[in-house]
Design a protein around this ligand. Sequence first.
Ligand SMILES: NC(=O)c1ccc[n+]([C@@H]2O[C@H](COP(=O)([O-])OP(=O)(O)OC[C@H]3O[C@@H](n4cnc5c(N)ncnc54)[C@H](OP(=O)(O)O)[C@@H]3O)[C@@H](O)[C@H]2O)c1
Length: 262
Amino acid sequence: MNTPILVTGGTGTLGRHVVARLREKGADVRVLTRNPRPAADGVTYVVGDLATGAGADAAIEGVNTIVHCAGSQKGDEVKARHLMAAAARAGVGHVVYISVVGADRVPVTSAIDRAMFGYVAAKRAAEEIVAGSGVPYTTLRATQFHELAFTAVAAMAKLPVVFAPGGTKLQPIAADEVAARLVELALGEPQGLVADMGGPRAYLFADLARGYLRATGRRRPIVSFPAPGAAARSYRAGANLTPEHAVGHQTWEEFLTQRLAV
Ligand SMILES: NC(=O)c1ccc[n+]([C@@H]2O[C@H](COP(=O)([O-])OP(=O)(O)OC[C@H]3O[C@@H](n4cnc5c(N)ncnc54)[C@H](OP(=O)(O)O)[C@@H]3O)[C@@H](O)[C@H]2O)c1
């Protein structure tokens, strides 16, 4: 048996692809999750909660590489603090962290920014915790996943009128393509902050919604309005986009076709 690679968030949208791709490469995989489940197909599951740090030491025991994909709308800096403290105690050789494009560029200063973009500030704080932990690391910033954009527009399309943040673009990318890059990074040497990764095209939010409505055969008026605050303004200026790293292949239209075929 090989030394297992620990994947936090290995049950999530991104982490599931990371686990599958690591298995394809022949790696033994351990997943940290809040919910116990039986081992299967070369993957074992260890219960832990990074919001409290419970179970982190046990999950890391005997591990040299961690791919840290656990995340949620709030508190990613707390999760990073607990994980990196445990990783430093155990002398882990490499932590690969997934952050978000714009984490360093989106100002989150006012109460309105924090309410709408607190997630981005937490990712930035988590990046700093990873970098300052003393554990060798690699951080990759990716743009929004197609899966997240799909959930967002599907929720918006439940209303009779679709309200889209005006002037805001997303550059969605397939989570599996990000997973492939994370696996490549995890199997290599620590590199610190690496080049951003973005989807092949940027779309106005309203156009993502329009594509979804068309693909699902619905008709809804779309009303665009600019969201308030400095963080929203920076999004309108493209702080969440990486046109120079539009390396993803699957387009939003291809994703919609695939997703709606099942
Ligand atoms: N979604 C995007 O568009 C996007 C873009 C760029 C970067 N990212 C980053 O990519 C990562 C994965 O995103 P995702 O969309 O795959 O998320 P997701 O589908 O919501 O999955 C979240 C994962 O995090 C785990 N998790 C949440 N809270 C935890 C806690 N307190 N302790 C331990 N595990 C916890 C969950 O595991 P259990 O429920 O099994 O415990 C689950 O596997 C996040 O760090 C996110 O910030 C996402």
